[in-house]
Design a protein around this ligand. Structure first.
Ligand code: SAH
Ligand code: MG
Length: 214
C-alpha cells in the first residue's frame, strides 16, 4: 500500500478542520488507488476550509503526479457562522467581520509545500462545476451540508467522475441521531440509486464510491 509522507501527515493533523485522522488516511489511500487506475486525471475537492483534508489529498496528488483542484468560496458554511455550532472566532476577518478561511488555508499550503500540485479555486461550488469539463479520477465532496448545496454538488460533480474513478463523500449519517442528513439523502443515496456507483469503503462518516458505468 502507498505510504504518505510522514511530514505531510503531521501538517494535516496540525491543521484546523473537520477531517478525523483515520478518515484522512482512508481518503489518501483511496485517492492514490483511483489516480493509479486513471493516470493523468485530476482530483477535485469541494470544501477546502483551512486545508486539513486538502493536505491528505494533495499528498496523494503529488505521489500520483497529478493535480488537486480544491473549491471553496472561503466564507464558511451555515454551521461555521457566528452563533452556530462550528463557529471559530479566530477565522473572522477583522476588516469585514466575516468568516474568511483563505488566509489560514494559504498558510497550510505553504507549510505542506504542496503549492506545486494544489490549485485553489475560490468560487461557489456550482459555478466551478458548471465550468469544469474534464473527467476526474477522484472527487471528494465536503462542501455545504444543507439540502440545496448537497443536491447541487451531486448534480454538478458526480457526472464528472470517470468510470473507474471515485466519488468520496464526507459526513454520511444514515441515522439522524448521528448528524445532518443532507449529504446522505442528496449525494450518497442518489449515487447508489443511480446504479452507477459501488461502495468500496466506509471509514467513520466517509464513504468511497467507485463509478462502474457511465
Ligand atoms: N474538508 C474540510 C472541511 C470543509 S467544511 C476539512 O477537512 O476540514 C465545508 C466548507 O465548504 C467550508 O469551508 C465552506 O466555506 C465551503 N462551502 C460550503 N458551501 C459552499 C459552496 N456552495 N461553494 C463553495 N464552498 C462552499
Ligand atoms: Mg466534513
Amino acid at each position: 500500500m502507498t505510504v504518505m509522507d510522514p511530514r505531510l501527515r503531521q501538517v494535516a493533523l496540525a491543521t484546523k478542520g473537520f477531517m478525523p485522522e483515520a478518515e484522512g488516511d482512508a481518503l489518501f489511500v483511496a485517492a492514490c488507488a483511483a489516480c493509479s487506475e486513471l493516470p493523468g486525471l485530476p482530483i477535485v475537492e469541494v470544501g477546502t476550509y483551512c486545508g486539513r483534508s486538502t493536505v491528505w489529498l494533495g499528498a496523494a496528488a503529488k505521489l500520483s503526479k497529478t493535480f488537486l483542484f480544491t473549491v471553496d468560496h472561503h466564507l464558511g458554511s451555515e454551521e461555521n457562522q457566528k452563533g452556530w455550532e462550528w463557529f471559530d472566532e479566530s477565522l473572522v476577518d477583522a476588516r469585514t467581520q466575516k468568516l474568511n478561511t483563505l488566509p489560514t488555508f494559504l498558510k497550510t499550503l505553504k507549510q505542506a509545500h504542496i503549492g506545486d500540485v494544489v490549485v485553489p479555486i475560490i468560487a461557489e461550488s456550482r459555478l466551478a462545476s458548471q465550468q469544469w469539463s474534464s473527467e476526474l479520477a477522484f472527487c471528494f465532496v465536503d462542501g455545504g451540508h444543507g439540502d440545496e448545496p448537497a443536491r447541487l454538488d451531486y448534480q454538478g460533480w458526480a457526472p464528472k467522475v470517470a468510470v473507474g474513478g471515485c466519488l468520496a463523500i464526507h459526513d454520511i449519517f444514515s441515522d439522524p441521531k448521528d448528524g445532518g442528513q443532507a449529504p446522505y439523502k442528496f449525494i450518497y443515496q442518489p449515487a447508489i440509486d443511480s446504479g452507477k456507483f459501488d461502495e468500496i469503503s466506509a471509514t467513520g462518516s466517509l464513504r468511497i464510491l467507485r463509478r462502474t458505468k457511465r
